[in-house]
Design a binder for this molecule. Structure first.
Ligand code: SF4
Length: 325
C-alpha cells in the first residue's frame, strides 16, 4: 500500500499505437485508483481501451504501441519508469493476469506443474525444489483442483479445469493485483459461476485487489465493488456498483444499464446504435456525441472532464456542466 492507502494508482495515462494509417489514441488521460482487496470492474465495448489499460499496467505495451504519458503507481513504484527487466519481476509476482481465453494460453506440451514452476524460476524466488512443489500443491488446492492435476497435460483437463489451472498460475505468487480479462467468457454458465466464486474466495484470502475486465454487466453487479466505464479510450464514469446501477450519470452508462432487465439478472450488453470510434486524433469535443441521445451544443465544442459530481461518483459529461467550473 502506498502513502495514500492505494495499492494501484493510475494517473493521466496515455497509450498510443503508431500505425501506417496514423496514430490511434487507445488510452487517453485515464486515471483511477485501487485499494488493497478492492474489486473494480472495467466495462465498455470492444475497442474501448480496456485491454490496452490492462497491458499497460502489466508493462506489456510493445511497439508500435507506447505509453505516451502518465504514471502507474504500484504502491510506491511508478511502473512506467521501470526498465524491462524490473517490470518482468513485477509481472506475475506482484501484478498477474488471468487472460482472455485463458484456457488456450496453457502450453499444450508442458505438464501443469512445470507451467507453475516456470513462473517461480523466472522470478528467481530462490526456492528449493520441495518448496516449489509445495507451492504448486497449494496453488492447485486453492483453486479446488486435485494435486494430481500437477502431473497432467492441458489436453487431459476439461475447460473449467484448464481455467482453474490458469488461475492457479496467476495466484501462485500471491500477487497484490490480479487482472482478470473476461475470465469466464468461454465457459458454460454453471462453470462460469463456480470459477468466479473461486476467484472471489482466493482474492479474499490473499487480500489481492482485482480488476475484472468485461462487458457482462450482470456479472459485474454480482462480483465487483466499483465500476469504471470506458469509451473510446477514456474513462467516462466511475462509481460504486450501487450508485452506478441505481442512478448512472453518463448517458453511455445509462444505455449499458438499460440493456439489463433487472439488476440481479445476468445479461450481456448487446449494443448501442453506432460503433466505438478509434481515436485518431486528440478529441476537442465529447467522444460520445455522435451516439448520444442527450447531446447539447457544448458537447460538440468541449471535452467534458471526469469530475466527481456526486460523492464518490465521477462522470465525464456536460449535462452536469454547471457543476464543472
Ligand atoms: Fe452526451 Fe454531451 Fe454528455 Fe457527451 S457530454 S455524453 S454528448 S450529454
Amino acid at each position: 500500500m502506498n502513502d495514500n492507502g492505494y495499492v494501484l494508482r493510475v494517473e493521466n495515462l496515455d497509450v498510443q499505437y503508431h500505425t501506417d494509417a496514423g496514430t490511434v489514441y487507445a488510452n487517453s488521460q485515464v486515471s483511477f485508483n485501487l485499494k488493497p482487496g478492492e474489486r473494480l470492474g472495467l466495462v465498455g465495448e470492444s475497442g474501448s481501451g480496456k485491454s490496452t489499460l490492462a497491458l499497460a499496467i502489466l508493462g506489456m505495451i510493445k511497439p508500435p504501441g507506447r505509453i505516451g504519458g502518465g504514471e502507474i503507481w504500484l504502491e510506491n513504484t511508478d511502473l512506467v519508469k521501470l526498465p524491462e527487466e524490473a517490470i518482468r519481476q513485477v509481472r506475475g509476482r506482484q501484478v498477474s493476469m488471468i487472460p482472455q481465453g485463458a484456457m488456450n494460453s496453457l502450453n499444450p506440451v508442458a505438464r501443469i506443474k512445470d507451467q507453475l514452476i516456470d513462473g517461480m524460476i523466472d522470478h528467481e524466488l530462490g526456492l528449493s525444489r520441495s518448496e516449489m512443489n509445495r507451492m504448486v500443491r497449494e496453488a492447485l488446492e486453492a483453486v479446488e483442483l486435485d494435486p494430481q492435476v500437477a502431473q497432467m497435460y492441458p489436453h487431459e483437463l476439461s475447460g473449467g479445469m484448464k481455467q482453474r489451472a490458469c488461475i492457479a498460475i496467476a495466484i501462485a505468487m500471491n500477487p497484490k493485483v490480479i487482472i482478470a480479462d473476461e475470465p469466464t467468457s468461454a465457459l458454460d454458465v454453471v462453470t462460469q459461476r463456480q470459477v468466479m466464486q473461486t476467484i472471489g474466495h482466493l482474492q479474499a484470502q490473499l487480500g489481492s485487489a482485482v480488476i475484472l475486465i468485461g462487458h457482462d454487466m450482470g456479472l459485474m453487479a454480482q462480483f465487483v465493488d466499483r465500476i469504471a466505464v470506458m469509451y473510446a479510450g477514456k474513462l467516462v464514469e466511475l462509481g460504486s456498483v450501487k450508485d452506478t446501477f441505481t442512478h448512472p450519470m453518463h448517458p453511455y452508462t445509462q444505455m449499458l444499464i438499460s440493456s439489463l432487465p433487472r439488476l440481479e439478472n445476468k445479461g450481456t450488453f448487446n449494443g448501442i446504435p453506432g460503433i466505438t470510434p478509434l481515436l485518431r486524433e486528440i478529441p476537442t469535443d465529447c467522444v460520445f456525441n455522435s451516439r448520444c441521445p442527450q447531446a447539447i451544443p457544448i458537447c460538440m465544442q468541449r471535452v467534458p472532464k471526469l469530475l466527481e459530481h456526486r460523492p464518490n461518483q465521477w462522470a465525464a459529461c456536460h449535462l452536469y456542466q454547471s457543476e464543472e467550473n
